[in-house]
Design a protein around this ligand. Sequence first.
Ligand code: SF4
Length: 84
Amino acid sequence: MQTIERTTTTFPWQQLARCKGVDPEVFHPAPEEDGHDAKQICTLCPVREACLEHALSAREKFGVWGGYTERERRREIRRRRRSA
Ligand code: SF4
């Protein structure tokens, strides 16, 4: 597993990330917030799927990735486990 910094381009798909140059704070909402502003950016991101798959496989613990908050990613992992 590898945790990446959003400001770097560790993986090729990050070159096309719509969040490049956006204040990282937007993607790290407080736990009680739903990450609406980040999700709005992710919605039209051309690498959303790759981003989400990375976050799920790397078990990214913080922030919004692929339009999913930490809680939503945990839920998605559980859903996939159940349907496997
Ligand atoms: S899906 Fe969202 S967090 Fe992932 S690269 Fe795109 S804009 Fe950034």
